[in-house]
Design a protein around this ligand. Structure first.
Ligand SMILES: Cc1ncc(C[n+]2csc(CCOP(=O)(O)OP(=O)(O)O)c2C)c(N)n1
Ligand SMILES: [Mg+2]
Length: 1032
């Protein structure tokens, strides 16, 4: 293509109109030469060309009648006895040898011409297959080029009438006709010559040769009408052949009358639904589908075909455009439930803050009428943030496949809808595509449907993307892309049916690009003429697709006008009746819009079955067993690295000594779930080994390539599976994916680990829009765990802080409200919060908080600030005693040393969280202040353990209260904890800050500065006069 564009540029530069015949001839000769000279890059009888002749020759050898008579003559003229050897080194020699050996040396001109013409025809066919989409009539408005380029590839003829003199392309400029057919050395006089068709085309149907005229006509029909196919970049012959066969075979796009009537009826619903909303609520935003009404029958065709091929569950994600229509006419949400949402007086049930109607999700099991099979449809709720839902849909789809044992994606499938501007502009689309073929992330093919209305809000595509099509991103995964003119409903149906067949045959992604227009402004209140005057003048003249299609079917007798009008009246009646019923709905229950129900997990009212959590410890036997397996290589003849042997030996030693480090504690938690049938999935960059080389959940045989072993999957004969998977280098996409995975079932522990905690900020949208607020907006629980390595260890501005302040700032517990402490306080506080933020200082507590995540009677996102240096810190070890049955997670670890024994003598209580505790303890010892200073650890930061901290504060009535953190003052925890501590003491005592100064960067890049600032704040922490005389 780049060659073509270059060539076009040259032609344009010289000025098309001023080209003189000799110039043209020279250019034509230049291009024609490509096929007769042995010195050019693709010479005669080389590469694919020689393959073609060979192919023909071998076919002739087998059966002379199988090739066209011209080839028959050609090969018969050749001398018997010598065969063509394509492996001779020199092209010229090869050609000469071949011709000579076949007795053609004396008539090279004739023979060469015959071969050249066939090769030319083959090249012409290939040119259509590769570039035909550039000239396909894709834009219903006829004003824009879907590929943003009005250039017609010079090797395409595009219509037979244009053979001859100068011809008009796209009514835009004159182009010399000779550049097209002559490009391959073919002339008008060749049009009625018959050519053998290569095996790479199906245009012949049952015939294997056709006249050039017929070849061009059929190629134009396939590639240059209302469908534009991009697939020739796919590196798989079988897949290319499959697509060619689907589209090239003559007569493939025929529909029965029944099918046409169904299509018309679906269009009626799609269009009349929008009309109805427009009539009833003319000034309400609904992001109508007008201009792409065909999307509804398109989706229904995809679902019908997929159901026919065995799909039972379709999970969909889509943006605003046409969403209500999809809910009504594809998912089949009751219309009154949709209509009542337009009532401004509709009260919200007290389930959460809710969301606007065009973001809500839906789950529906029903019978697919076309196939009479059961089908479940789920449309995922999503935020405004375009494309953010893509990886979430993929994760949920993967989970549904996983839990059904549908490893090949034969039962569960996803469909993603996109807008043209968002599909091209949002990077998460690319990240999601890159998950599509990874073993632990593939959903075995997604069908992407782009509502390509050739505009994004007010922005023209030429200003919105640098790629020719909005769909080019899909090329990275070799997904075929089918562009189709949305005003040709039958072409759309055909394309959708092939797309569904493709997905369910090859289990790979495919894109359907519905090239359409947007009849109104961005939303119903917007004036599009401000910015797109010409486009909208054309749009105002545009006959709606329903009318066009109805006229066509009425004209050809498929339906009568009366039948058509009855169909409309029938649907209008349905809408009116639903509208009347909708007025009875006074309260909106968001749970009726839930996209992922968890049957049996909650009680019938959707409430947790209890408000308590059992102790999270496990039996000593279990701890020992898991420890032993974690220290072993459970398969035979498996050679591990010597360094790893040392690590495993150390684990065994720890198990014998009844202690755990961080990695072993995690092992214990994960392993214990597997025994209980809870699936555990840990995903993220390099998680299998662990960024800090501490985990080693996947062992690699040092002698057999790619032989691995996951000991966690060898714990018991009957156990839930453990999935640990290194992800692609993405945060937004992968975190979204894991969130979606965690949505499918409450009986799984799904963890995403950031390489370093701060990298989560490239996934901020998933954190803000889904994890923090998902339950409030969509009443959907999610128990995802985020493991965010965090700690100020002199590693520089990045790799240091997981930015706990951001999570805390978004926590919804009220800093000023002093809660009532009931018996269930701990659990009900967890139930009320939007997420849990912890920073554990001991392996045992990490073990417990992971266990609590599943033992809770509901699900909440859990953000864990995980350590780096503590992974190997000799003090950061826990005894089995802290993990055995009856033990539990400690939200606060109070001082339990000398200071706690005589609390009234304590001068200062330092509250802290995480790793700084170890620095403080060491410093206190150095300064011999163990009686004067108590150190209390806050392990669960949010929701704030008001109850336990109150006890701590009461215990030390005469002490200074200090919050100490290693982070800078404007980050970390201080802003979150300060007002809450004050609430506990009713503003009667100050809570002093000790830590690093405020700073713009999360940490210094200078090791010395890091150490100096550490020294400074440790000094302040133990300077008992530091706050004397200060006011608060
Ligand atoms: C991530 C993100 N950025 C910006 C917006 C604001 N926005 C809403 S719709 C829209 C235009 C979308 O254009 P397109 O994807 O072509 O969809 P269309 O509205 O044309 O159907 C924009 C910019 C958004 N919703 N999400
Ligand atoms: Mg658009």
């Amino acid at each position: 293509m780049s060659h073509m564009k270059l060539f076009a540029a040259t032609v344009k530069w010289h000025g098309i109109k001023t080209l003189r015949k000799p110039d043209i001839a020279r250019r034509v000769f230049f291009h024609g030469q490509r096929y007769v000279s042995s010195g050019t890059s693709e010479p005669f009888l080389s590469g694919s060309n020689s393959n073609y002749v060979e192919e023909m020759y071998y076919a002739w050898l087998e059966n002379p009648q199988s090739v066209h008579k011209s080839w028959d003559l050609f090969f018969r003229n050749a001398n018997a006895g010598q065969t063509y050897d394509p492996h001779l080194p020199d092209q010229l020699e090869r050609k000469a040898s071949f011709l000579q050996s076949h007795g053609l040396a004396q008539t090279p001109g004739k023979a060469e011409k015959l071969v050249e013409d066939h090769l030319a025809v083959q090249s012409l066919i290939r040119a259509y297959q590769i570039r035909g989409h550039h000239v396909a009539q894709l834009d219903p408005l006829g004003i824009l080029d879907a590929d943003l380029d009005s250039f017609v590839p010079s090797d395409l003829i595009t219509t037979i009438d244009k053979l001859g003199d100068l011809w008009l392309i796209e009514k835009k400029f004159w182009f010399p006709s000779c550049l097209a057919p002559w490009f391959y050395g073919l002339h008008e006089s060749d049009l009625d010559k018959v050519f053998q068709l290569p095996t790479t085309t199906f245009i012949g149907g049952n015939e294997n040769s056709l006249s050039l005229r017929e070849i061009i006509k059929r190629l134009e029909n396939t590639y240059c009408q209302h469908i534009g196919l991009e697939f020739m970049f796919i590196n798989d012959v079988e897949q290319c052949q499959w697509i060619r066969q689907k589209f090239e075979t003559p007569g493939v796009m025929k529909f029965t009358n029944e099918e046409k009537r169904t299509l018309l009826a679906r269009l009626v619903r799609s269009m009349r639904f929008e009309d109805f909303l427009a009539r009833k609520w003319s000034s309400e935003k609904r992001f109508g589908l007008e201009g792409c009404e065909v999307m509804i029958p398109a989706l229904k065709t995809i679902i019908d075909k997929s159901s026919e091929m065995g799909i039972e569950y379709v999970i969909m994600g889509m943006p605003h455009r046409g969403r209500l229509n999809v809910l009504a006419n594809v998912i089949r949400k009751e219309l009154e439930q949709i209509f009542c949402q337009f009532d401004p007086k509709l009260e919200a049930a007290d389930e959460g803050s809710g969301d606007v109607k065009y973001h809500l999700g839906m789950y529906h099991e029903r019978i697919n009428r076309a196939t009479n099979k059961k089908i479940t449809l789920s449309l995922m709720a999503n935020p405004s943030h375009l494309e953010a839902v893509d990886p979430v849909v993929q994760g949920k789809t993967k989970a549904e496949q996983f839990y059904r044992g549908d490893t090949a994606g034969k039962k569960v499938m996803s469909i993603l809808l996109h807008g043209d501007a968002a599909f091209a502009g949002q990077g998460v689309v690319y990240e999601t595509f890159h998950l599509s073929d990874l073993p632990s992330y593939t959903t075995n093919g997604t069908i992407h449907v782009v509502v390509n209305n050739q505009i994004g809000f007010t922005t023209d595509p030429r200003m919105a993307r640098s790629s020719p099509y909005p769909t080019d991103v899909a090329r990275v995964v070799n997904a075929p892309i089918f562009h189709v003119n949305a005003d040709d409903p039958e072409a759309v149906m055909y394309v959708c049916s092939v797309a569904a067949e493709w997905r369910n045959t090859f289990n790979k992604d495919v894109v359907v690009d519905l090239v359409c227009y947007r009849r109104r402004g961005h939303n119903e209140m917007d004036e599009p003429m401000f910015t797109q005057p010409l486009m909208y003048k054309q749009i105002h003249k545009q006959v709606p697709v329903l009318k066009k299609y109805a006229d066509k079917l009425i004209a050809d007798g498929t339906v009568t006008l009366q039948e058509f009008e009855e169909e409309i009246a029938k649907y209008d009646r349905i809408c009116e009746e639903a509208y009347t019923r909708s007025k009875d709905n006074k309260i909106l229950h968001i749970k009726h819009w839930l996209d992922s129900p968890w049957p049996g997990f909650f009680n019938v009212d959707g409430e947790p079955k209890s408000m308590s959590c059992p102790p999270t410890g496990i039996s000593e036997d279990l701890l020992t067993h898991i420890g032993n397996v974690a220290s072993s290589v459970p398969v035979k003849d498996f050679k591990i690295h010597a360094g790893l042997s040392r690590i495993l030996r150390a684990r065994l030693e720890m198990t014998k000594n009844r202690v755990v480090d961080w990695a072993l504690a995690e092992y214990m938690a994960f392993g214990s779930f597997l025994k209980e049938g809870i699936h555990v999935r840990l995903s993220g960059q390099d998680v299998e080994r662990g960024t800090f080389s501490h985990r080693h959940h996947v062992l690699h045989d040092q002698e057999v390539d790619k032989r691995t072993c996951v000991p966690m999957n060898h714990l018991w004969e009957q156990q839930a599976p453990y999935t640990v998977c290194n992800s692609s280098l993405s945060e937004y996409g992968v975190l979204g994916f894991e969130l979606g995975f965690a949505m499918a079932s409450p009986n799984a522990l799904v963890c995403w680990e950031a390489q370093f905690g701060d990298f989560h900020n490239t996934a901020q949208c998933i954190i803000d829009q889904f994890i923090s607020s998902g339950q409030a907006k969509w009443v959907r629980h999610n128990g995802i765990v985020l493991l965010l390595p965090h700690g100020m260890e002199g590693m520089g501005p990045e790799h240091s802080s997981a930015r706990p302040e951001r999570f805390l700032q978004m926590s919804n517990d009220d800093s000023d409200a002093y809660p009532e402490f009931s018996k269930q306080f701990e659990v009900s506080q967890l139930y009320e919060c939007n997420w849990i933020v912890v920073n554990c200082s001991t392996p045992a507590n990490y073990f417990h908080v992971l266990r609590r995540q599943i033992l809770l009677p509901f699900r909440k996102p859990l953000i864990i600030l995980t350590p780096k240096s503590l992974l190997r810190h000799p003090e950061a070890k826990s005894s089995f005693d802290e993990m055995v049955s009856g033990t539990t997670f400690q939200r606060v670890i109070p001082e339990n040393g000398l200071a706690a024994q005589a609390p009234h003598e304590v001068k200062r209580v330092i509250f802290c969280t995480g790793k700084v505790y170890y620095d403080l303890v060491k410093e206190r010892k150095n300064q011999d202040l163990e009686k004067q200073v108590a150190i209390t650890r806050l392990e669960q930061i949010s929701p704030f353990p008001f109850d336990l901290l109150k006890e701590e504060l009461d215990k030390y009535p005469g002490a200074d209260l200090v919050w100490c953190q290693e982070e800078h003052k404007n980050s970390g925890y201080y802003d979150y904890v300060k007002p809450r501590f004050r609430t506990i003491v009713n503003h009667t005592r100050p809570i002093w800050y000790v830590g690093r100064e405020p700073a713009a960067a999360a940490a210094t890049g200078n090791k010395n500065t890091h150490l100096v600032s550490l020294r400074r704040f440790l000094d302040t922490a133990f300077n008992l006069e530091a706050f004397e005389g200060k006011t608060f």
